[in-house]
Design a protein around this ligand. Structure first.
Ligand code: NI
Length: 172
């Protein structure tokens, strides 16, 4: 297991849609371990494989640090959205945009299917915070980041805030 480096915006890897996993072999299992370890090291609640440079449709979620809903800890391989309804707004963060939060509107309820680490297809229903995390990570797998979910002035201000934050971080 290893903590991997998280890729930051505007690295083009984050804009590239990921590929379906064909076989869940030991390399994939090791990658999933690294993803959990990296997510915990960075205090995240979700991580997509392309955020650590692996262009595959895998996400990990652990909402335990957010005590507002029953905790969900999952690895989702080749996830597909089956149904979505309602709306919810939330100030999201992203490990690929350190320090930045952006209010994004998403579906409040989702139904999805995905393979687990044993290759079994399972269906899930999430509501509220876990639904937000799932949609944020599913976007990553499609090469979409949270600033692509806001537009106009909101997006421009978020990008300006991020560029200031980056200067702060690089000064240390
Ligand atoms: Ni993110």
């Amino acid at each position: 297991m290893a903590v991997r480096k998280v890729i930051r915006f505007p690295n083009p890897i984050l804009k590239t849609p990921t590929l379906k996993v064909d076989v869940i072999d030991n390399d994939i299992k090791k990658l999933v371990e690294d993803m959990f370890e990296t997510m915990y090291a960075e205090d995240g609640v979700g991580l997509a494989a392309n955020q650590i440079g692996e262009p595959l449709r895998i996400m990990v979620i652990d909402t335990t640090p957010k005590k507002e809903s029953p905790p969900i800890k999952l690895v989702l391989i080749n996830p597909e959205l089956l149904h979505a309804e309602g709306t919810i707004k939330y100030k999201e963060g992203c490990l690929s945009f350190p320090g930045l939060t952006v209010e994004v509107e998403r579906y409040s309820r989702v139904k999805l299917k995905a393979l687990d680490l044993q290759g079994e297809e399972k269906e899930y229903e999430f509501e509220g915070f876990p639904a937000i995390v799932f949609q944020h990570e599913l976007d990553h797998l499609d090469g979409i980041t949270f600033i692509d979910r806001v537009n106009g002035l909101k997006r421009r201000l978020a990008l300006e805030r991020y560029s200031k934050l980056q200067k702060q971080y690089s000064r240390g």
